[in-house]
Design a protein around this ligand. Structure first.
Ligand code: HEC
Ligand code: HEC
Length: 475
């Protein structure tokens, strides 16, 4: 990169001093603007070759390798999946799509602690529900899902080492359906939000809501009936699965296509960290490199490891429980996490180790959006027992403040032993947080172009106002 760009950046920073410390993008495709290269960090590029070599060795020791590209996928399948992901026709009352909660303009989340499902209005932080209803958990991002073996915060949809896909409804995902899956557990995941009454199906008011909760097969069939009534969908399905008639397809064909879209459009493996792994010592700033060393040599990387910074396992890291809960505990407001799946009491309050690529863009953080700044989340790990006891509810939106459960001691009883005795100074927290921002692929900051202006059902597209530009496709 030309030297004069550093100078421009330095001036921009002097003027916009309040800008966050995001890293210089250095993307050949991105124009250098104040928004994409606003880092004073450029002034202190690392030049310590010995430390860089040490960090690379530590990372390799934890299996923190470059993240591979997703497999190539036929364009017709991605095209179908994109239409479905943005189409409210998949929701009972035709008022919410998958991407309403996984918004392109908010890092494929919704920028809320807890999501607001069907029946709500508005988008992202300004979405409201007439009855104040929340979804029990935070909407995770859809980034780099090709690297994940376990899905959902409690891993209830997953792929085992033998390659078999497991879901909470066993045989109801039939061999005929699993035969359609091309992307492991992710091909099964979209089968579930459409069944969930709070997220998409609704309690009343449509033919999907009329089915009992154990009538998954009938609900999916009714969805296919809806889709089959739209001529363009019949064409998109038949193009995506050449040689097959729409009549012979089932909702697994839709689910698999949505997985294809997510994998194909949401893979981001060109962060400063990737350039660093590839041998560019100067890709990280001094502070980021110091933070990388802290992250690799402290306990963080015992759990956050591998190319996506997750062990795909479950741990209790002592986060407060809030929101409507999953029906657990005496009042039903608790969420026992992984224990809900395995029944193992030792896994009470354990959740999947979150992957950390692009983590800077995916707040609020934690399975219930407990923290609204990344810095605060990192700080939580230092004396996490004390932090949990003193959890500050004022960082939550007003409606959630009174919902924090009085379960502190029960949470600490199954806290992961790795967190015992973990104490670090604020300077270490600063450095680790700076390191986490080096995991941002600059292209992930601007993915609004994936939002189509229209979808085959003709229903309005959430986020379509951001869909301008030549990359936006109409259906
Ligand atoms: C009402 C908001 C909402 C809607 C609508 C919604 N999601 Fe989600 N999504 C969530 C929440 C909340 C979770 C976490 C749930 C959990 O872990 O129990 C989630 C989890 C996921 C995950 C798992 C990611 C991971 O890292 O494990 C994927 C993938 C996903 N959703 C895709 C979809 C698709 C595809 C649709 C449409 C068929 C959809 N979502 C509809 C809120 C929503
Ligand atoms: C014992 C395993 C373990 C250790 C050690 C650990 N983490 Fe985590 N981390 C997790 C789990 C599990 C979650 C998800 C917890 C939840 O939401 O309930 C998580 C969540 C996070 C998140 C939030 C991500 C999001 O999108 O919500 C960040 C950031 C994070 N960890 C960074 C770190 C840092 C930095 C360290 C070291 C100081 C560290 N972790 C140490 C297991 C661990």
């Amino acid at each position: 990169m030309p030297t004069h760009r550093y100078i421009v950046t330095a001036f921009a920073l002097a003027i916009v001093a309040a800008c966050s410390n995001t890293d210089d993008t250095n993307q050949p495709t991105a124009a250098p603007t104040a928004e994409t290269s606003d880092s004073g960090a450029a002034l202190s590029r690392n030049t310590n070759g010995a430390l860089a070599a040490e960090v690379r060795t530590l990372a390799a020791g934890r299996g923190i390798t470059p993240l591979e590209n997703p497999p190539p996928i036929r364009a017709s399948l991605v095209r179908l999946g994109r239409a479905l992901a943005f189409d409210k026709v998949l929701s009972g009352n035709r008022d919410i799509s998958c991407m309403t909660c996984h918004l392109a303009s908010f890092g494929t989340g919704d920028a809320r602690s807890l999501s607001i499902g069907q029946g709500g209005t508005g988008l992202g932080p300004s979405r409201v529900h007439p009855e104040g209803t929340f979804i029990p958990r935070n909407a995770p991002p859809a980034f780099n899902l090709h690297a994940m073996k376990t899905l959902f915060w409690d891993g209830r949809v997953n792929r085992d080492d033998a390659g078999l896909v497991h879901t909470p409804i066993g045989d109801k995902v039939t061999p005929k359906m699993t035969a359609v899956f091309e992307f492991g557990a992710l091909s099964a995941l979209p089968l579930f939000p459409v069944l969930n009454r709070a997220e998409m199906r609704a309690a009343t008011g449509n033919e999907l809501a009329a089915f009992r909760d154990d009538q998954e097969t009938e609900t999916w069939a009714a969805l296919m009936k809806r889709l089959g009534a739209i001529r363009q969908y019949r064409q998109l399905f038949q193009a995506a699965y050449p040689g097959q008639k729409f009549e012979d397809m089932n909702f697994a064909h839709a689910s698999n296509a949505i997985a294809a879209f997510l994998i194909n459009k949401m893979a981001f493996n060109r962060s400063p960290w990737d350039r660093f792994l590839a041998g560019d010592d100067r890709a990280l700033t001094d502070l980021q490199l110091a933070g990388a060393k802290g992250f690799m040599s402290a306990r963080c990387s015992i759990c956050h490891n591998g190319p996506a910074f997750t062990d795909n396992l479950f741990h209790n890291v002592a986060l407060a429980q809030l929101g409507p809960g999953e029906g657990d505990g005496a009042g039903g407001f608790d969420d026992f996490g992984r224990m809900r799946v395995t029944g193992n009491a030792a896994e009470k309050y354990a959740f999947r180790t979150t992957p950390l690529r692009n983590v800077e863009l995916t707040g609020p953080w934690g399975h219930a959006g407990q923290f609204t700044t990344l810095r605060a989340f990192v700080d939580h790990y230092s004396e996490s027992d004390t932090k949990l006891r003193n959890f500050d509810v004022m960082q939550l939106e007003a409606l959630l403040r009174g919902t924090v459960q009085p379960t502190t001691e029960a949470i600490l009883a199954t806290r992961d032993p790795l967190l015992a005795g973990m104490v670090f100074p604020a300077t270490a927290g600063d450095a680790v947080t700076a390191f986490l921002t080096a995991l941002t692929d600059p292209r992930a900051r601007e993915i609004r172009g994936i939002t189509p202006r229209s979808v085959p059902s003709g229903l309005p597209v959430d986020g379509a106002e951001f869909a301008a530009g030549p990359t936006s496709e109409d259906f």
